[in-house]
Design a protein around this ligand. Structure first.
Ligand code: SPQ
Length: 429
């Protein structure tokens, strides 16, 4: 689907409550299902990816009620999950695929996991290899590298595993398997990645330890249903933080946003670039939450790499756009993981922003961007990637001419109400 965007000297003024965090929404369904008893979720993201997670657990016999404001999961425990009669379709969701594999690995039944065209090219060996080592039988295209994957779970033995990639999905898959293994599973991370899974094990009454970069979990724990309030997704808020910072005359507040430090790298980068950002913390029993207010102002270039990368991996497309408006040369490195997201996000960002006149080059593990640059109209493509689609829509706010975005429907994966929220704060200079 094509979308033609044409903004005449727009200004963004007002406040938005962005939808629920995608990573936490997925996990709330998964933990709700493997816990015993009822889990009530508020703030759940009803985007395509999280709806795929609901669908997969329903196929395993879990009753999940969808109401206007809440989702209720009637947890059955690991042992209550049933062999699905049908394939488990994860749609476009890498998180569903990889975390589900960890859960299925310990279940004594057969299942088949399939996804869309993009999922079919995302690497799964990184997950299937350690899970096979723990005792699961997993096969798939290219020796278990790609979907469709077939899983026969069973008794698992714990492992000590040093992650070859800083990946929260890989870590979480092994944690779900470790919860089903008899004994102690240890995971060593090269860099700290988002810790929502660890957080939720504790929220559901389990225990998990961390010693430096090592995460330690015991198998056989009984988890119990909870009330979960999903905070707003900082990865969705990032588009409006960026828009507020680069669209002249703007001031935008994002309410109730999750600011878990393992996810909040975009805040660090905006501050590094000299952006005007106010953070007002909100007391929370769960994950840290804040209201964020951003104002238009002059930005300067920055360097992004190392341990910061996992804290902002999904925000790099929108950070690249910020960099086109900042004075100087911005360098993003150590971000090779971008090549295996919904698209190759290094190529997608560089090629699509170049079509709009950005001065941007791809490198092996990131990109180099010169700014500030006046962008111009053109025809671009989301390439079926929600984050590329939204980044291009924010770019259009800076452009006098028309911008035509092909594949705009992809944004429903994480932010179905994106344009409604954008319109709610849009006025003219
Ligand atoms: O679920 P999916 O498709 O992998 O989603 C993305 C995204 O942009 O929304 C990545 F493409 O986010 C991942 C993120 O990049 C969500 C995630 C999680 O919830 O654990 C972790 C990150 O992936 P990874 O591979 O670094 O573990």
């Amino acid at each position: 689907m094509k979308q033609l965007l044409s903004f005449n000297q727009p200004v963004l003024q007002g406040s938005i409550r962005v939808p629920g965090d995608k990573s936490i929404s997925h996990r709330s369904i998964m933990f709700g299902a493997i816990a015993k008893g009822k889990t009530v979720i508020t703030g759940f993201l009803k985007g395509d990816d999280c709806l795929s997670t609901i669908d997969c657990f329903r196929k395993m016999g879990v009753t999940i009620e969808e109401h206007e404001e809440t989702i209720i999961v009637h947890g059955v425990g690991f042992e209550g999950l049933k062999e699905p009669q049908d394939i488990l379709d994860v749609g476009n969701s890498g998180t569903t695929t990889r975390l589900l594999l960890g859960i299925l690995s310990g279940r004594p039944f057969h299942s088949v996991v399939i996804g869309d065209h993009s999922i079919a090219s995302r690497p799964m060996k990184r997950v299937t290899e350690p899970l096979s080592r723990m005792g699961a039988t997993i096969d798939g295209r290219h020796n278990g590298q790609y979907t469709p994957l077939s899983i026969r779970g069973g008794e698992l033995t714990p492992i000590t595993y040093e992650l070859p990639h800083a990946s929260a999905q890989l870590k979480s898959a092994i944690l779900f398997a470790g919860l089903q293994a008899e004994g102690t599973t240890r995971i060593i991370e090269p860099e700290k990645t988002r810790d929502h899974t660890e957080f939720m094990i504790k929220q559901f009454g389990g225990t998990i330890d961390r010693e430096g970069n090592e995460i330690i979990v015991q198998g056989g724990q009984q988890l119990h249903g909870q009330s979960i309030d999903v905070p707003g997704d900082i990865s969705s808020a990032a588009f409006f933080l960026a828009a507020g910072a680069i669209v002249k005359g703007s001031r935008v507040s994002l309410k109730h946003v999750g600011v878990n430090p393992t996810r909040a790298g975009i805040i660090e980068v905006l501050e590094q670039m000299g952006g005007s950002l106010q953070i007002d913390g909100i007391p929370s029993k769960g994950e840290p939450i804040a209201n964020l207010t951003v104002e238009y102002g002059k930005l300067t270039s920055t360097e992004i790499g190392g341990a910061l990368i996992p804290r902002l991996i999904d925000e790099i497309p929108i950070i690249a756009l910020l960099a086109t408006q900042a004075e100087g040369t911005t360098t993003i490195k150590n971000a090779e993981e971008l090549k295996v997201k919904e698209t190759n996000r290094i190529d997608a960002v560089v090629e699509e922003l170049s079509k709009l006149g950005a001065n941007i080059q791809a490198t092996n593990d990131g990109m180099i961007i010169q700014g500030p640059t006046e962008l111009h109209g053109g025809k671009v493509n989301s390439r079926g990637d929600h984050r590329i689609g939204m980044m291009l829509a924010v770019a259009a706010l800076l452009i006098k001419e028309e911008v035509e975005i092909e594949g705009i429907e992809s944004i429903s994966v994480s932010y179905p109400g994106f344009f409604k929220d954008l319109n709610s704060i849009l006025s003219k200079q």
